[in-house]
Design a protein around this ligand. Structure first.
Ligand code: F6P
Length: 319
């Protein structure tokens, strides 16, 4: 193998640049040529491909977003789109590919692997919803962004004695909301995996209010409901004054944390190592701080749901 490609796809996540850098530098260190594919699978179909050098990935380790840009590509979900992609790879003499992204991107990687094209997936998403890895690239940064936001909201919630509902991203997964809630001391955390009952939440708010608790922070994972729907129910059924904050895409940006930079560097380099060893059709991950790999199709299963211990702890600490 002489030439590999790398792309980022789906929602960007902080640390993707560090992963691109690791792939490029590790490959060049081992005398491979590396081609960057712009705009994910869309760029692959369009042949938006360029050779990368050591300097192409200078000064990006600390930057959020992705230097290779990203896209969500419907066409690549079709066999025709995949065929076009494979033809472009052949045209550029690219013999293997590293795909950095979330589950949608892994689906594309799996399709390539099924068609016999050596592909390795690197998990990059703020949602932390990929099985086979304890953490995905970007989760830690998004978590710290969300904690910072909730800390700030707490100041004004306390001053005005209001109930704040903060809507957190995560698609169908509750990790970002749960970790943020635990770290920021939210009174209630609503996550899809737990099926929290709104009646119970309202009763708890009422009990707290009677006890003299004047403000509250409720974290709602977007996979449960919108913040405004939850606020409406609380206002309809209590005397509490509510405000809603949707953290939104702020969670996707910013300079990656040290943890995300290190994780991205380790995972990106491991992907190249696996390709050099002749492996393919895999995803890389981290479990108990050890680098691991699994069949890419295993990464497309639903993530073994909730960390019960952590969820229970969040409840016990917010009584
Ligand atoms: O998968 C990352 C993510 O930020 C999810 O948390 C969110 O549901 C989705 O992407 C938002 O997608 P878009 O950027 O296309 O609005």
């Amino acid at each position: 193998m002489k030439r590999i490609g790398v792309l980022t796809s789906g929602g960007d996540s902080p640390g993707m640049n560090a992963a691109i850098r690791a792939v490029v530098r590790k490959a060049i260190y081992h005398n491979l040529e590396v081609f960057g594919i712009y705009y994910g699978f869309q760029g692959l179909i369009d042949g938006n491909i360029e050779k990368m050098e050591l300097g192409s990935v200078g000064d990006i380790i600390h930057r959020g977003g992705t230097k290779l840009y990203t896209a969500r590509c419907e066409e690549f979900k079709t066999p025709e789109g995949q065929q076009k992609g494979i033809e472009q790879l052949k045209k550029f003499g690219i013999e293997a590919l590293v795909v950095i992204g979330g589950d949608g991107s892994f689906m594309g990687a799996k399709k390539l692997a099924e068609q016999g094209f050596p592909t390795i997936g690197v998990p990059g998403t703020i949602d932390n919803d990929i099985p086979g890895t304890d953490f995905t690239i970007g989760f830690d940064t998004a978590l710290n962004t969300a904690i910072d936001a909730v800390d700030k909201i707490r100041d004004t919630a306390t001053s005005h004695e209001r109930t704040y509902i903060v809507e957190v991203m995560g698609r169908d997964a509750g990790d970002l909301a749960l970790w943020t809630g635990l770290a920021a001391g939210a009174e209630t955390i609503m996550i899809p995996e737990a099926g929290e009952d709104i009646d119970e939440i309202i009763n708890r708010l009422k009990r707290g209010h009677k006890r003299g608790k004047k403000h509250s922070i409720i974290l709602v994972a977007e996979g449960v409901s919108s913040g405004s729907e939850v606020a409406q129910q609380i206002e309809d059924r209590t005397e509490l004054e509510t405000r809603v904050t949707v953290l939104g895409h702020i969670q996707r940006g910013g300079s990656p944390t040290g943890r995300d930079r290190v994780l991205a560097s380790r995972l990106g380099a491991k992907a190249v190592e696996l390709l050099l060893a002749g492996e393919a059709g895999l995803m890389v991950g981290i479990e108990n701080n050890k680098l691991v790999y699994h069949a890419i199709e295993d990464a497309l299963e639903k993530k073994a749901s909730l960390d019960q211990e952590m969820y229970q702890l969040s409840k016990e600490l917010s009584i």
